[in-house]
Design a protein around this ligand. Structure first.
Ligand code: ARG
Length: 432
């Protein structure tokens, strides 16, 4: 019993002394905590300054390696707000960008460079390599769906057959005289690129020159079949032509203008190294022409300056194109999903533009194509000047008219759309 009391007393004493120690401990730990906090703050200061120095050294390393993307991303964010119609910028997704490797990030920024340098771009990007559409699928697919108004799942199919095409007259003949028009200057072209070179925006001067020599040698087959010659702007080329000859070819619409004047092409790198690797093949009868080294490696076209039947120009292009494609060593860049690969996504798929020069003076009364553009847009037609994109219309109201669709539409549907479009435009002109 006594033992028990003592034990209780001891335990009480022990308890008393324990409780007496609490304030001491609290005071002690507060002091300790204060000291720790002070130390931490000191360390934090040191850590912060370490982090600052690491980040500024990292920025220097990134800048030296050209992998600091902050400025580009800020510019893109600003253009998204200022120019919501710039499709490449609109569909540039930073989350997707962040999933890419450093090399791919650089390449995607190069692809959108024309659009970030020219905020007013409608499209705003150019592919730099034949595989870009497939490699950067999430980006290109969004841009293509928006521009061409097709679902992402749609696969492009090539088809030159006019059989059963909606809008085709019962005769199957697309004769503009049937629409009450005189024979017109008409042209059908396709853009084609070689699979074994970068696209024009990423070519070096050596690439441009060696691609041109490969093509000019291949064109011997065309000269044998269709006559004519190859004209080159490359200094030192056996086919070199002087400036006056070049100007005469531009005037005749056989050759393209100096691309450096086009800031979209210049900023994309497509106009670089002018005039190296540039030239054109013109057939003996001047109806079949191939531009070399413009926006695509080749622009293959047939034209008739006084033609009534669109089928003739279309069929001639198909035949000439098959001849080019059959030349050993020439493989056109092609994607199973996207069709024929072109620099600009506006041309992807068919690469085809079918156009006529048409006089629409009533719609161009004010000397510009502004009103014609408004009328043509819902008809699926684009309006350009006499010398092509970004050039002036003729003084007599002559405009270059072509269907705007190129992707997920067949080649045959494009020429038929030109015929139907011209018919509708004529009735709008007659009413204007
Ligand atoms: N890059 C220019 C833009 O985005 C032109 C696009 C269409 N024209 C062309 N030649 N590909 O507005």
């Amino acid at each position: 019993m006594a033992k028990g009391v003592i034990r209780r007393a001891q335990s009480t004493a022990a308890g008393a002394s324990r409780s007496a120690a609490v304030p001491v401990l609290v005071a002690g730990s507060a002091a300790l905590a204060g000291a720790v906090l002070y130390q931490e703050a000191k360390c934090e200061g040191t850590v912060m300054s370490y982090l600052d120095s690491i980040s500024s050294r990292l920025a220097n390393v990134e800048a030296a390696l050209g992998i600091n993307f902050t400025a580009d991303l800020e510019k893109i964010a600003a253009i998204k707000v200022s120019h919501p119609n710039n499709l490449a910028v609109k569909h540039f997704d930073v989350n997707y960008f962040n999933t890419l490797s450093v090399d791919q990030k650089k390449r995607l920024l190069q692809i959108v460079k024309s659009g970030t340098s020219n905020a007013d771009s409608g499209m705003g990007c150019y592919a730099m390599n034949p595989a870009d559409y497939d490699e950067f699928e999430p980006f290109f697919s969004a841009v293509l769906c928006d521009y061409h108004k097709v679902p992402a799942s749609q696969k492009h199919v090539t088809d030159w057959s006019l059989d059963g095409v909606k809008g085709l007259p019962a005769s199957g003949i697309l004769d503009v005289r049937e629409l009450g028009l005189p024979p017109l200057s008409m042209r059908v072209r396709v853009g084609r690129n070689l699979a074994d070179f970068p696209l024009p925006g990423a070519m070096t001067k050596e690439d441009r020159v060696s691609m041109e020599s490969k093509l000019s040698a291949a064109f011997d087959k065309l000269k044998a079949k269709y006559g004519g010659r190859y004209y080159s702007l490359t200094p030192g080329s056996p086919d070199f032509i002087n400036d006056d000859e070049y100007k005469a070819l531009v005037k005749a619409r056989f050759m393209f203008k100096d691309m450096a004047a086009d800031t979209y092409l210049a900023d994309a790198g497509i106009a670089s190294d002018w005039p190296y690797g540039r030239g054109c093949y013109v057939s003996g009868d001047e109806g079949f022409i191939i531009w070399v080294g413009e926006e695509d490696h080749m622009r293959i076209m047939c034209m008739n300056k006084n033609g009534a039947i669109i089928n003739d120009t279309f069929n001639r292009l198909k035949e000439s194109l098959d001849t080019v494609e059959s030349i050993p060593g020439l493989t056109f860049a092609h994607s199973a999903k996207y069709g024929y690969v072109t620099s600009c996504p506006t041309n992807l798929g068919t690469g085809m533009r079918a156009s006529v020069l048409m006089k629409i003076p009533n719609l161009c009364k004010d000397g510009t194509e502004a009103k014609a553009k408004v009328v043509c847009k819902p008809l699926g037609l684009g309006v350009r000047g006499m010398g092509g994109e970004h050039t002036a219309i003729g003084a007599d109201g002559t405009c270059d008219i072509s269907p705007t669709a190129r992707f997920c539409i067949s080649e045959a549907e494009i020429v038929t759309a030109l015929y139907t479009g011209v018919k509708n435009l004529k009735s709008a002109e007659d009413k204007a």
